[in-house]
Design a protein around this ligand. Structure first.
Ligand SMILES: Nc1ncnc2c1ncn2[C@@H]1O[C@H](COP(=O)(O)OP(=O)(O)OP(=O)(O)O)[C@@H](O)[C@H]1O
Ligand SMILES: [Mg+2]
Length: 339
């Protein structure tokens, strides 16, 4: 499938630097790690690296490490031989093989389970892999581009991401700053998206009133460029600008109120944690502490989930834990979305 020429729009210093770097390193075969918040354009940069390289006519294979089902990750990445496990009734190529001598884009690399991180490191070092249940060495020719919206330094400190894999992946690293830190890009992006909408839908020119542009420049864009693009798409179907202005103002307010109040620590633990007044039945202190922690954790998680409409990725971001850790907690606390 051919992909349109990627255009990474912006005139801010950081975007100019990124565009320059992309041109410079696209043909070098170094691994590249792209970091930045959700919606800043990591995939667009990955596609640009591929597009401007000599590999551009070869496959670009995207792997979402977070969506790969745990027990199948290995066979998805490296393929399997017939009979490797129950249900493997014929040989299947893995994504590394599908990428051939093109580019393999490992998205959300921070979500890759530790055991697979070790395997991936070995494959990157040896430049070859084996299909699950197979002996034959398969040469890995694809160039690996990885991306994450997590702070991998922190994950390394926590022990959830291998530092040796981090160094292997980030021979070149590209960080894309959030849109709120490069607001001079906003007018260029607005113009670009409006032209795109006009060309795609054959609609008349849309002029953005100054008041709306001012709002765009003030707003903090938690969803970054993706959010701006969505607003403009909506604008093209809304009857008037006021609706959108009101929406942005409301969203600003909502986002401000999203800052979670830290749980109030009281002098004594909430009574519900301890059985009435009978000292004999008070559990060991460790258990009391575990229960208290669980209770405040549950409160914080429930509160955020409720505010963001059970958007788990957003919740993980606000609580500054990994998506995987959040899913684990939701399961452990037995939380489920309201009907
Ligand atoms: N500088 C830019 N110029 C033009 N379009 C952009 C730019 N940055 C982002 N976009 C557009 O914004 C949308 C989101 O970008 P992209 O999917 O690359 O973000 P991402 O960083 O991979 O986000 P996530 O972490 O949520 O996957 C896409 O439609 C992309 O084309
Ligand atoms: Mg992405």
């Amino acid at each position: 499938m051919s992909f349109p020429k990627p255009k990474f729009i912006g005139q801010s210093q950081s975007i100019n630097k990124i565009n320059e770097l992309v041109r410079k390193v696209s043909d070098a075969d170094f691994n590249v790690l792209i970091t930045g918040e959700s919606g800043v354009g990591k995939e667009l940069v990955a596609r640009s690296l591929h597009y401007y390289s000599a590999r551009s006519s070869k496959p670009f294979v995207k792997v979402n490490s977070a969506n790969l089902p745990g027990e199948l990750v290995e066979s998805e990445l490296f393929g399997y031989e017939k009979g490797a496990f129950t249900g493997a009734d014929k040989r299947k190529k893995g994504l590394f093989e599908h990428a051939e001598d093109g580019s393999l884009f490992l998205d959300e690399i921070g979500e890759l389970p530790l055991q697979l991180q070790a395997k991936l490191l070995q494959v990157l070092q040896d430049k070859c892999c084996h299909r699950v249940g197979g002996q034959k060495e398969i040469q890995v020719m694809a160039r690996v581009i990885a991306a994450t919206n997590q702070n991998l330094d922190r994950e390394i400190t926590r022990g959830t991401f291998r530092d040796d894999l981090f160094y292997r992946l980030s021979t070149i690293s590209i960080h894309i700053p959030p849109l709120r830190q490069r607001k001079d890009d906003i007018p260029f992006l607005v113009e670009y998206f409006l032209r795109k909408i006009r060309e795609q839908h054959n609609t008349p020119d849309i002029k953005i009133p100054e008041s709306l542009m001012d709002l765009f420049l003030e707003y903090h864009w938690p969803g970054n460029v993706r959010e701006l693009e969505n607003y403009l798409n909506r604008l093209s179907i809304l009857e008037n600008f006021r609706e959108l202005e009101e929406e942005i103002v409301a969203s600003s307010r909502k986002n401000n109120s999203k800052t979670i109040q830290p749980p109030k620590y009281e002098d004594k633990p909430p009574s519900s944690l301890l059985p009435n007044d009978d000292v004999e039945s008070i559990p060991p202190l460790k258990e009391v502490r575990d229960r208290a922690v669980k209770k405040v954790e549950r409160e914080a998680i429930e509160k955020v989930l409720f505010q963001v409409n059970w958007n788990r990725r957003e919740t993980a971001k606000i609580l500054k834990i990994s998506y995987r850790a959040l899913l684990y907690k939701i399961k452990g606390l037995n939380l489920s979305p309201p009907h």
